[in-house]
Design a protein around this ligand. Sequence first.
Ligand SMILES: NC(=O)c1ccc[n+]([C@@H]2O[C@H](COP(=O)([O-])OP(=O)(O)OC[C@H]3O[C@@H](n4cnc5c(N)ncnc54)[C@H](O)[C@@H]3O)[C@@H](O)[C@H]2O)c1
Length: 397
Amino acid sequence: MIHLPKSHEGCTKPTAHDSASAPIPVLMPEAPLGVALIGTGFMGKCHAMAWRNVATVFGGAHPRLEILCDTPIDKAEAFGAQFGFARATSDWQATVRDARVDVVSITAPNGLHRPMAEAAIAAGKHVWLEKPMALTLADARAMADLAAQHPGQMTILGYNYLRSPAFQAARAMIGAGAIGTPRAFRGVYDEDYSADPDLPWSWRMTHEAGGLGALGDLGCHLVSHMIALMGPVAELTAMTQIAIPERPSPDGPRPVENEDSAIALLRFASGAHGTFATSRVAHGRKCRLQWEVQGSEGTLVFDQENMNELWVHRMGEAGFTRHLTGPSQPDFAPFCPAPGHNFGFNEQKVIEARDLLAAIAGGANAGPDFASGLEIERVIHAMAASGGTRVKLGAEL
Ligand SMILES: NC(=O)c1ccc[n+]([C@@H]2O[C@H](COP(=O)([O-])OP(=O)(O)OC[C@H]3O[C@@H](n4cnc5c(N)ncnc54)[C@H](O)[C@@H]3O)[C@@H](O)[C@H]2O)c1
């Protein structure tokens, strides 16, 4: 069903509700799959909630929560009990080889992504890996190559912000021409989790365990939105900044090795252009994944801090119209029958688990998988390397 604002009656342009028109049938596994979860921090708990809820929301067999891995072992045992896993261990290599495990969720720090994901694929498992893929572009490319050699095993990356009903609706609207031809993208992803200079040094601030800084932590999410809305990036120019060069640690001040913020100008393969900015030291910004797409016939605006709203302007209207998230948008109704009753961050992860299970059951992989995730890595590493000079994104990057 297409809902049109009064001022546009007779017009055939779709609105934020259009993508609801036909529910997409989703395949789900009929037999329970065994799940291993590595890591119990922010994302570990998020994956655990998703695995516990995915069949409740979307149907199919409930996954078996087989084994939880963290270090040290007493932490693994405590969280294993809390999250409802049958067993706990501190040995990730044994975890990915475990005979009762079909799928491995990897939520460990970035420096462990490549060894863990490669070992899981080599052991015949499906992999759900948190972003960014790896520390370096070479590592990400090697992982994508290995995954390509195992086409029967599904991979999916933790780009949860692609799953929200409002984002899916926005993408469908742009695809359907609701704002005409996209001409410009203006995107920001800012947070302030590192803005306090007294925040202790952590693995996230090193090349060895974190890889990139704000680009790998936040910027990659904005790139995932940007590519999904605008298509591939053809060229860019970027600059990075380390705003706080040292952080306190028990051993005294330690250097921050990766960028606190980055800005970029981009040209897309379509000819449209874009601006991009990301920061982990932006006071007051909590999850400001905010963008607008300006098209030849209108503009669409989204901000993750208000993730249940899409703002739409179409040529001739006086201003913007607020579209509230509701069951007519993709993937909202299985959670809640009532519009405006708000969708949340963790629910995005339930959809992500559903996407992986649907691919394992034989459906299309909604991705990004390791192959399409490599596109995102190419862009963030090109930004990190640009140093203010123009970088063309060819296959050789
Ligand atoms: N998708 C998102 O929105 C999102 C948000 C935050 C973090 N992340 C990503 O998730 C990953 C983890 O981030 P986090 O914030 O949960 O970090 P965290 O520090 O809160 O958790 C990391 C977990 O990994 C465990 N771990 C470390 N080494 C281990 C080992 N050798 N074996 C087993 N477990 C080990 C730690 O004990 C901890 O439980 C990162 O790659 C990060 O980029 C994604």
